[in-house]
Design a protein around this ligand. Structure first.
Ligand SMILES: Cc1cc2nc3c(=O)[nH]c(=O)nc-3n(C[C@H](O)[C@H](O)[C@H](O)COP(=O)(O)OP(=O)(O)OC[C@H]3O[C@@H](n4cnc5c(N)ncnc54)[C@H](O)[C@@H]3O)c2cc1C
Length: 471
């Protein structure tokens, strides 16, 4: 739908909603609108016709029902971190869940009920009061809903599984405005689809989450330079498949940052950043970390026991709102020498100081979940690579975007088909079936049942079967 049609429709929508809506209805002329329309990635900034900031679940139901009846293009926003910019739109409606940020913890049952607008920080703050954790992402200002619905990986993935593996139940507003419950016994197909299928089926207003006891951990970080980079990457590649699940070890190829613990002469030099977190027995973890740090010549080493809350917020400032970001991601079944050499050779061509190649190894508890158990894509190719460009000046869009595209195309033949939907950009719609592989047909059936007209389409979209094709 063209944006001018959406603008007219948003005016009508405003009139239809304002009598009953208990939250805030923000139009472009409202002073708050400029701030309220901002999403995390400035590359995909958009100007909706109306923002409906819901005060409760009834507001969500009314906004969905009326917008669907009127056919208004609608985006759903929790934390606004969609790399692809799906949580806003041109001229249409944004259903903003930011007033629905609560997490209630049942300590003895080790369960939490989390409202659909919550950030990861909302969840961590509530669960840590009871000494419990929910396995999720690594930046506390990320929305819990978008992350969980797409899958959700983070520091605890190898120990406790992906976020979506740890959801017991969902409450969802479907495209007709009705409230639907999904768990292992009730609407089991929807329960399966919501664990990895993203925002395709409706708006989740509440998650029931499984929690685990944990309050502190060991974290060691270091940088490697010059001739140490390739051997460390090879060591990591060989080590991780047999590593204990208590270890999460992430790597990043990037220009060395202007960090206080790095000598100024090294700032900007091609580097391999390493972050090892250990969630098991302290002494065992320290031995393992010492063993790794004894290899090669790590620089700027930090090694500390810290609280889970500190871990979960320490990357917040590295990924601020309002910068420009572009990403492409993929899986490798194994990292062969030529792929490692290619990654390292591409380091000097990185166009911006924060642009980087992130590497993580899945496996562990996440790898034990069967391919048919949830909608989440492939778990059999445990090496995840994320090419993340991160810059500020719009004049640098072209070199950053084309660097990511070039590196991705060159490495694509070595990758296993598949992609994590939450690490995709807005120009990769053709990769969505690839993300779900053999789960695709079942997802299409669930989508057709709950959202036959594709009202929820601003996402890595699973298109429903058209009505004509069904008869
Ligand atoms: C700084 C940063 C760090 C990240 N770190 C990680 C990480 O460690 N691990 C990881 O797995 N991912 C990570 N991601 C990716 C992240 O999972 C996705 O960007 C995710 O979409 C963010 O969720 P959100 O709620 O903030 O998104 P939003 O932009 O608010 O929403 C994105 C989409 O999610 C859907 N959605 C949102 N809320 C709801 C809801 N209540 N019901 C139904 N659908 C909904 C909609 O389709 C919407 O278009 C990170 C992203 C950023 C920007």
């Amino acid at each position: 739908m063209p944006s001018d049609m959406n603008s007219n429709a948003s005016g009508e929508l405003y009139s239809a909603l304002r009598g009953t809506f208990r939250g805030d209805l923000l139009r472009p002329s409202d002073p708050e609108f400029g701030e309220a329309r901002k999403i995390w990635n400035a590359m995909v900034a958009r100007r909706p016709g109306l923002i409906a900031r819901c005060a409760d679940v009834t507001d969500v139901q009314n906004a969905v029902r009326i917008a669907a009846e009127m056919g208004v293009l609608t985006a759903v926003r929790c934390g606004g971190h969609s790399l692809a910019g799906f949580s806003s739109c041109e001229g249409g409606l944004v259903i903003d869940l930011s007033r629905l940020r609560t997490a209630t913890v049942d300590e003895s049952a080790r369960r939490a009920r989390v409202a659909g607008g919550s950030l990861l920080g909302t969840v961590d703050a509530a669960t840590q009061k009871a000494g419990l954790v929910f396995p999720a992402g690594v930046v506390s200002h990320t929305g819990a809903s978008g992350l969980i619905l797409g899958g959700g990986t983070g520091w605890l993935t190898r120990k406790f599984g992906m976020s979506c593996d740890n959801v017991e139940a969902f409450t969802m507003v479907a495209a007709d405005g009705s409230l639907v419950h999904a768990n292992a016994r009730e609407n089991a197909d929807l329960f399966w689809a919501l664990r990895g299928g993203g925002g395709n089926f409706g708006i989740v207003t509440e998650f029931e989450l499984k929690l685990y006891p944990l309050t502190s951990l060991v974290l060691a970080t270091a940088y490697y330079f010059d001739d140490d980079i390739v051997p460390m990457l090879r060591f990591w590649r060989e080590f991780m498949p047999g590593a204990p699940n208590d270890l999460k070890w992430n790597l990043s190829l990037r220009p060395a940052p202007r960090a206080a613990n790095l000598p100024a002469a090294l700032h900007g030099k091609p580097a391999l950043g390493s972050s090892m977190s250990w969630f098991g027995d302290n002494d065992e973890g320290r031995l393992l970390i010492e063993r790794v740090l004894a290899i090669a010549k790590p620089v700027g080493v930090t090694d500390e026991t810290l609280s889970f809350l500190k871990l979960q917020t320490m990357a917040d400032a590295d990924f601020p709102h309002g910068r420009r970001y572009y990403t492409k991601s993929g899986y490798f079944a194994r990292l062969d020498d030529s792929t490692i050499d290619f990654m390292v050779a591409s380091l000097p061509s990185i166009p911006a100081p924060n642009t980087q190649i992130e590497l993580a190894y899945l496996g562990g508890a996440a790898g034990r979940v069967g391919p048919a158990e949830t909608a989440f894509g492939d778990r059999s190719a445990p090496f995840i690579m994320n090419l993340l460009a991160d810059w500020s000046d719009p004049a640098e869009d072209e070199p950053n975007v084309s660097w990511v595209r070039r590196q991705f195309s060159a490495m694509r033949p070595a990758m296993k088909p598949g992609v994590y939907v939450n690490f995709m950009s807005d120009d990769e719609q053709e990769r969505v079936p690839e993300a779900y592989h053999e789960r695709w047909e079942r997802l299409v059936r669930v989508k057709t049942h709950y959202d036959p007209k594709n009202f929820f389409r601003l996402n890595q979209n699973i298109r429903p079967i058209p009505a004509a094709a069904k008869s």
